[in-house]
Design a protein around this ligand. Structure first.
Ligand code: NAP
Ligand code: HSE
Length: 428
C-alpha cells in the first residue's frame, strides 16, 4: 500500500480537535482524494487528562511540542497552539530542522517571524503551509498563490476579524453600544485570550501582513501596517453612517501604489449596498483585484472548529499529494523589503467631534480644518442633552497625514471635548 502521511499535532483546542475529527471521520475520503492514507501518529497539549470529546487513545502523547516536532515517525508537524513566540516558534523551528513540513493556523507567528521561518524552511527543503491562519475556512491563500498566480495583484482588502464584524453588525441591528457587545462576545467565547488582538485590529493586521506578502512579493511587514481598532466606534457613528448610506467595517487594505506599499487595518465607512457593506456577523470576506481577473470576492466563515480545521486539512492534503509551494508563493530569499507608502491615497473622511456648546466653537473647528488644507463637504450639528454638542463633518478627499494635522489642531483647542473620531470613507 502507498505510504501513509503521518501527522504530529500540537494543540488540541478548538482547531486541533477539529482536525482530529476530520482525519478520523473522513479517512476514506482523504485517501481517495490524495491517493494515500492520512494518519495521526502523536499529539501534544498541556493537559493530558482533559476530555476533549475525541478518542486520542491510538496516538502517542508528547508533553513537549518540540519533542513531538522531532519524532522520526511523523512527516508533517501541525502547529495549532498559537502565540508568536514560545513553544509555537521553537517547535516549528525544530520540525523544519528535523526535515518535517509544517502546517499551522498561527497568523501571529508568521506575521512576525514569517520571513525567518520561510528561509529556514527553504534551506531545509521543506514548506510551511498556513491556509487556516487567514480568514478561517476561506481558501484565500490557495487562491492568491495558485489560482491567481497569473495576475499582477493590484489590491487585496477585506474583513478578516469575525469578532469585530459581529460587534459592528450587532450594534447596527440590535441598537446596542460597543461595551454591551464586547461583553456579549466575552460571554460567547468569541474573544481571543487577549481581546485587544481582536478589537484593537491586531489579529486582522497579522492576516493582512500575510496576504500582502503573497500578493506583492514582499517580506511580511506587520510593523508597516497602520492599525486602528474599533473601540472608539459609537452607536452614533453607526447611525450617522447609515443615514449617509454606509456601514462601518474593520477593513484591511493592502495596495501597491506609486508612493509605495499601503497597508492599513482600520474601521472605515463602506457603501451599505456593497458586498463588504452587506457582510453580517462573524463572516469574513476577502476581495482580490488583479490585472487580468479584475475582481474576485471570497466570503465564508472566518473562525470556528469546522471551518478552521477544513483549511488545515486542505494544506495537509496538498502535502499528501506532494505539492510543494514556497511559503509566500515564491522563494523566500527573493521577497523584497516592503517600501511603505510615505503618504496614503487620499479619501473623504467622516469626522465626529464633541464641541463645547459656546459661541464660535464651530467657526474654530472650520478654521482648523481650513488651515490644515482639509476641505469640508458636509457639516452638521445634531441633538444633544449635555454641555457638549456632537458635530459630524464629511470632508472632501484628503490624505490621512493632512487630516492628522487638523486632528492635532482639535486636540490643542479649547472647544473640542475628548478624542475626535476620524473614519476613512472607502470606495470598494
Ligand atoms: P485553543 O482552543 O486555545 O487551543 C490551544 C491548544 O494549544 C490547547 O489544546 C492547549 O493545550 C495547547 N497548548 C498551549 N500551549 C501549549 C504548550 N506549551 N504545549 C502543548 N500544548 C499547548 O486555540 P485554538 O482556537 O484552537 O487556536 C489554535 C491556533 O489556531 C492559534 O494560532 C489561533 O490563532 C489559530 N486560529 C484559530 C481559529 C479559531 O477559530 N479558534 C481560527 C483561525 C486560526 P490544553 O488544551 O491542554 O490547554
Ligand atoms: N479572533 C479571530 C476572529 C479568530 O474573530 O476572526 C479567527 O482568526
Amino acid at each position: 500500500m502507498t505510504q501513509a502521511l503521518r501527522l504530529g499535532i500540537a494543540g488540541l483546542g478548538t482547531v486541533g480537535v477539529g482536525v482530529v475529527k476530520i482525519v478520523r471521520q473522513h479517512a476514506d475520503l482523504l485517501q481517495a482524494r490524495t491517493g494515500r492514507p492520512i494518519e495521526i501518529t502523536a499529539v501534544s497539549a498541556r493537559d493530558a487528562s482533559k476530555d476533549r470529546g475525541v478518542n486520542l487513545s491510538g496516538y502517542a502523547w508528547e508533553t513537549d511540542p518540540v519533542a513531538l516536532a522531532q519524532r522520526d515517525d511523523i512527516d508533517v508537524y501541525v502547529e495549532l497552539m498559537g502565540g508568536e513566540n514560545g513553544p509555537a516558534k521553537a517547535s516549528v523551528e525544530a520540525a523544519l530542522a528535523s526535515g518535517k513540513d509544517v502546517v499551522t493556523a498561527n497568523k501571529a507567528l508568521l506575521a512576525i517571524h514569517g520571513q525567518e521561518l520561510a528561509e529556514k524552511a527553504e534551506a531545509a527543503g521543506r514548506v510551511i503551509r498556513f491556509e487556516a491562519a487567514v480568514a478561517g475556512g476561506i481558501p484565500v491563500i490557495k487562491s492568491l498563490t495558485e489560482g491567481l498566480a497569473g495576475n499582477e495583484i493590484t489590491r487585496v482588502m477585506g474583513v478578516m476579524n469575525g469578532t469585530c464584524n459581529y460587534i459592528l453588525t450587532r450594534m447596527q441591528s440590535q441598537e446596542l453600544g460597543y461595551n454591551a457587545l464586547f461583553e456579549e462576545c466575552a460571554q460567547l467565547g468569541y474573544l481571543e485570550a487577549d481581546p485587544n488582538l481582536d478589537v484593537g485590529g491586531i489579529d486582522a493586521a497579522h492576516k493582512l501582513a500575510l496576504l500582502s506578502s503573497i500578493a506583492f512579493g514582499t517580506k511580511p511587514n506587520f510593523d508597516g501596517i497602520e492599525i486602528e481598532g474599533i473601540q472608539q466606534i459609537s452607536l452614533d457613528d453607526i447611525h450617522q453612517a447609515d443615514d449617509m448610506g454606509y456601514r462601518i467595517k474593520l477593513l484591511g487594505v493592502a495596495q501597491k501604489t506609486a508612493r509605495g506599499l499601503v497597508q492599513r487595518m482600520q474601521p472605515c465607512l463602506v457603501p451599505s449596498g456593497s458586498a463588504l457593506g452587506q457582510l453580517e456577523g462573524g463572516t469574513n470576506m476577502v476581495v482580490i483585484e488583479g490585472d487580468a481577473v479584475e475582481q474576485v470576492v471570497l466570503r465564508g466563515p472566518g473562525a470556528g472548529e469546522g471551518p478552521t480545521a477544513s483549511a488545515v486539512m486542505g494544506d495537509v492534503c496538498d502535502l499528501a499529494r506532494g505539492l510543494q509551494i514556497p511559503t509566500f508563493g515564491r522563494p523566500a530569499t527573493s521577497l523584497q523589503d516592503a517600501a511603505p507608502a510615505i503618504t496614503g491615497l487620499p479619501a473623504p473622511y467622516y469626522l465626529r467631534l464633541a464641541l463645547f456648546d459656546k459661541p464660535g466653537a464651530l467657526a474654530k473647528v472650520a478654521a482648523i480644518l481650513g488651515d490644515a488644507g482639509v476641505s469640508i463637504d458636509r457639516m452638521r450639528q445634531y441633538g444633544h442633552s449635555d454641555s457638549t454638542a456632537p458635530v459630524l463633518i464629511v470632508t472632501h478627499k484628503t490624505t490621512r497625514a493632512t487630516l492628522d494635522v487638523a486632528l492635532d489642531g482639535f486636540r490643542d483647542t479649547d472647544v473640542v471635548s475628548g478624542e475626535p473620531v476620524a473614519l476613512r470613507i472607502e470606495e470598494v
